[in-house]
Write a protein that binds this ligand. Structure first.
Ligand code: AMP
Ligand code: MG
Length: 424
């Protein structure tokens, strides 16, 4: 289980700035401890537990980057063509047995080892072959088209540092080094509830005043895309005792307990009180829109090794999405043992104007389009409500409007975070 520090700080005054929230997360969340060896197939998304050191050089030997003619550069005329005698032919996978002497050249192919003495390779399209002779042009630099052993990776260097979340290209690198397994941290175990008397399972009978549960499947997908082992614990009613019991039980066997709904200040919002009853709040109410009522807490287990981090997300699906990206994601990365990676908004042009409150960060759902002048523009979704699910399906990502801004002027540059980046 995640280990958690004991002291508690509940932010009950004005909204907690995001930077302060990130600091609290960094302070409170300790990575899961278990380490396992995982084979490369299946290692994507896992977090490296110890620095991985290269067992060999990459490339392992000097080789040709092109199909062509390997030469000794000191044999070439400085101005004018050089005629050399072709004495051998080396294809990829074969050893070069002939060492180059004066006046000699060797036919070579991409990936074939450089013959001893050869230091430069002409591309075949630059050469003229006449019988066993080859005529090469002047002007090629020494070392051209040669790949040196270790120029990609040096044996003994750290190639995949502790905390790295393995991407598919990292797997390719590990494979190129001849590795078959990697030490990774065990996956984070996450438990998930929806809450709300009005929320029913899709497929169940829906009373006239009820809605189908959208958040749970949204969150299962988001959690799984970040490598979490998810336990779906269904829907809890707006009942303080049942909420407390459900969250406390889940905390015994999970690192993270996540809920949606019931964290605002309404009279039926009991999640925060439930967490205070069975554990402690770390923060509640963040200066973020949508998603302001988001809460984080700590729920101790019955044994010192158990216990979980709790995050209560708001109920509106767009708020769920935004708070997942900016609260759950950084928290999860820390729990998973990954080095913090913040999302980098890309500059796009605002195709809308907008007013916002000073001192809170806003995320506006936008679609991208290419304007007539070729610039990428962000178009705000016409429906701003955090409950509008189509505002998520009809857009490409979030425009990030910083705390200090109060307006977006149409035509100005704003930061854009794609949905794809949020779940990465
Ligand atoms: P709450 O945060 O509980 O006040 O909920 C805010 C809004 O989100 C309400 O309109 C809820 O009905 C809605 N909501 C809560 N949970 C879900 C859910 N699991 N799926 C879809 N909408 C939800
Ligand atoms: Mg509710």
């Amino acid at each position: 289980m995640a280990q958690i520090t004991d002291d508690c700080f509940v932010f009950s005054g004005p909204l907690l700035p995001i930077a302060e929230m990130e600091r609290l997360i960094a302070e409170r969340v300790v990575p899961v401890a278990g380490v396992e060896q995982i084979s490369l197939r299946g290692a994507i998304g896992r977090v490296v537990a110890n620095d991985i050191v290269a067992p060999i050089d990459l490339p392992p030997f000097d080789n040709s980057a092109v199909d062509g003619i390997a030469v000794r550069h000191d044999q070439l005329a400085i101005d004018g063509e050089t005629q050399l005698r072709i004495v051998d032919r080396v294809t990829a996978g074969r050893a070069a047995t002939h060492a180059l002497s004066d006046g000699e050249a060797i036919r070579i192919f991409t990936g074939a080892p450089m013959p001893s003495g050869a230091d430069t390779v002409f591309m075949q399209e630059d050469c003229r072959v006449e019988g066993d002779k080859v005529i090469v042009p002047p002007g090629l630099k020494r070392g051209a088209n040669r790949r040196l052993a270790g120029e990609d990776v040096r044996q003994g260097s750290v190639v995949l540092p502790e905390g790295r979340r393995l991407a598919v290209q990292d797997i390719a690198l590990a494979a190129a080094l001849g590795l078959t397994v990697l030490p990774v941290r065990r996956r984070v175990r996450g438990a998930l509830f929806s809450t709300g008397n009005e929320v029913v399972e899709p497929g169940a009978r829906r009373p006239p005043s009820a809605i189908f549960d959208a958040n749970r499947l949204l969150l299962i997908g988001l959690l799984e895309s970040l490598g979490v082992e998810v336990t779906d614990l269904g829907i809890l009613p707006d009942d303080p005792a049942l909420l407390a019991a459900g969250i406390r039980n889940a905390a015994q066997t999970h690192d993270l307990v996540l809920t949606s709904g019931g964290v605002s200040t309404g009279e039926a919002d009991h999640v925060r009180a439930a967490v205070e009853r069975i554990g402690s709040l770390v923060f509640w109410r963040v200066a973020i829109k949508p998603g302001r009522p988001v809460a984080m807490g700590v729920v101790p287990g019955r044994t010192p090794e158990s216990g979980a981090i709790f995050v209560g997300l708001p109920g509106n699906p767009a708020a769920v999405f935004v708070t997942f990206a900016h609260v759950v994601r950084p928290l999860l990365l820390r729990l998973a043992g990954a080095s913090p990676q913040s999302l980098i908004p890309l500059p796009v042009r605002a195709a809308f104007s907008y007013r916002k409150k000073l001192g809170r960060r806003e995320y506006v759902r936008v679609a991208l389009r290419k304007a007539a002048d070729g610039v990428i523009e962000a178009v705000k979704h016409p429906q701003e409500g955090a409950g509008v699910i189509t505002s998520l399906t009809e857009t490409d990502g979030l425009a990030e409007l910083p705390e200090e801004a109060t307006v977006v002027v149409q035509g100005s540059t704003i930061g854009f975070l794609s949905y794809a980046a949020l779940v990465n």
